[in-house]
Design a binder for this molecule. Sequence first.
Ligand code: GDD
Ligand code: MN
Length: 385
Amino acid sequence: MNPRRLLSVLAGLVAATGLPYLVFAALSVVWDPEGSPADKRRDHRPTVSVVLPTYDEAEIVESKLQSICSWDYPMERVEVVVVDSSDDDTPEIVESFFTDRVTPSLTLIEEDERRGLAVALNEAYAAAENEVIVKTDCDSRVAADAVREAVANLADPAIGAVTGRNAEVLGGSAVERGYRDVQARIQTLESHLDSTFVFHGPFSAFERDAVVPVDDDSIADDTELALRIRRGGDRVVFDPAIRYMEAAHSEFRKRRRQKDRRAMGLVRLLWRQRDALFRPQYGLYGAVVLPFNFWATVVSPWLVAGGVAVATLAGLALAGPVGLAVPLAVYAFVLAGSRDALGDLQPVYSLFDTQVSLFRAALKLLAGEGDGTWEVDAELREAYD
Ligand code: GDD
Ligand code: MN
């Protein structure tokens, strides 16, 4: 192929990758909604089941329980459901924490063997008895008023689920913060259009009656449950007034494994649920939100990979062997970026890095990986001691 032809293919790939973001950026210039779209009612005090899954969390589970008990919500209306698959003494620590404590009440589910987070959560959701289910991870901290904000959203009969915002990243970099802010804008827009796609593990709240089981091998359980609830008819929204903190590695290299896994979860979920795309019964969620996320998550990593391949071919066609400088430059960019050594270009790398994870995720899924269990990151837990 001649180089000009290759260059126009390359331009096409770049445009196709960026297009959905440009549409969103343009939309947010003319329309800039804020906060949750729900008709929030602040006097609503439903009973709440707080679901906490644990796998070998002996180091941090007690401080997590303490922080749950300090939430600004009437604790006599709260039940804590711990579903545990640990090999360490997490369940004993949980039980002794609740000895002599009148409220909140404890439901402890001890699994005889570890079958993955999704299986554990399905059990916990089935056992939860209260009107609202709040799911939270052990390695996160939730703002004291988060549950009040969440139930105010759920008081709106159109809303079946609500998630919150990562307000502070423990140990995270400034790049990460920039990225989270963009994500919060997109999720706010999606919610005002109809519903958002991604739900966050550190804090998600669901109307109990709307909850259905997720796939046993799910590695995007919160997002999958929200998607299923939306398919059931209720809106599922993002409210930036609900705040949580989560520990993260500041080094890209250390983040890779968790990022790849989360990417696998989202790619597989969108692929499995692709029949919801453009279905009129799902309103703007089916017409805009899901296609946008499908494009950005499933399609665009292949466009980026194709772009690198085409740029290499164009380089070879234009400059002979010197054209190999193109993939070498990309490789150097990734190496430097993953070591946080790009200075002002670091945010650009951060976007590219997400595409790298999504691409690796697609390859891992094609190779049959992703059974729903993983190694819990011990180093991240040090932030909570
Ligand atoms: N009962 C049980 N069984 N709990 C588990 C298991 C398991 O097999 N595996 C992990 N957990 C618990 C952990 O103890 C922790 O409280 C929570 O589930 C999240 O596990 P992390 O190891 O911290 O995973 P993460 O931070 O990458 O998880 C995030 O992504 C997942 C999807 O990939 C969270 O947002 C999860 O909620 C989400 O499901
Ligand atoms: Mn975690």
